[in-house]
Ligand binder design. Structure first.
Ligand code: ADP
Ligand code: RBF
Ligand code: MG
Length: 131
C-alpha cells in the first residue's frame, strides 16, 4: 500500500460538494517524491484512521475536463461517508490500495460525474473483498 498524508487544503472551488462528491484535497508539493511514481488517475483505499469503517476513492491529476491553461497537480479524496462538518486543515492520512483507471478528459460535467459514480461503485466492491 501507498500512504499519502497531509493537512486538508482548499481545492479549486469547482463545487465538487454541490455535485455530491466533495473531495478533501492534500497539498501536492510535500508528496512530490511519491507522486512522481504514481500515474495520474483514479485510486481507491482507506482513510487511515477510518480503516474498514469508511472507504475512499481518489483522483491524482490535473483535471483535463476543465481545460485549464496551466493546471496544477491535485490530490483529492472522496470519503464515502456523509460528514456533518468540513475538516479543512485537519490531518488526513490515506492508504492507497489500488488503481482504477487513468485520468481522462470528459466531454462535460455530466459525463465526469457519471464516471465518478462508477468509480465509487468499483472502489466499494474492491474494498469489500476479503483480501
Ligand atoms: P474544495 O474545492 O475546497 O476541495 P470540495 O467541494 O471538494 O471543496 O469540498 C471538500 C471539503 O468538504 C473537504 O475539504 C472536507 O472538509 C469536506 N467534506 C465533507 N464531506 C466530505 C467527504 N465525504 N469526503 C471528502 N471531503 C468532505
Ligand atoms: N477530473 C478529470 O478531468 N478527469 C477525470 O478522469 C477525473 N476523475 C475523477 C475521479 C474521481 C473519483 C474524483 C473524485 C475526481 C475526478 N476528477 C477528474 C476530478 C474532478 O474534476 C474534480 O474533483 C472536480 O473539480 C469536480 O468538480
Ligand atoms: Mg476538493
Amino acid at each position: 500500500p501507498i500512504r499519502l498524508s497531509g493537512r486538508v487544503i482548499h481545492g479549486f472551488g469547482r463545487g465538487s460538494k454541490k455535485l455530491g462528491v466533495p473531495t478533501a484535497n492534500l497539498p501536492p508539493a510535500p508528496l512530490a517524491q511519491q507522486l512522481a511514481e504514481l500515474p495520474a488517475g483514479v485510486y481507491f483505499g482507506w482513510p487511515e484512521a477510518d480503516r474498514r469503517v469508511h472507504k475512499m476513492v481518489m483522483n491524482i491529476g490535473r483535471r483535463p475536463t476543465f481545460g485549464d491553461a496551466e493546471p496544477e497537480l491535485s490530490v483529492e479524496a472522496h470519503v464515502m461517508h456523509a460528514y456533518s462538518q468540513d475538516f479543512y486543515d485537519q490531518p488526513l492520512r490515506l492508504v492507497v490500495l489500488g488503481y482504477i483507471r487513468p485520468e481522462v478528459k470528459f466531454g462535460g460535467l455530466q459525463e465526469l460525474l457519471a464516471r465518478i459514480n462508477t468509480d465509487i461503485g468499483i472502489a466499494r466492491s474492491q474494498l469489500d473483498l476479503p483480501q
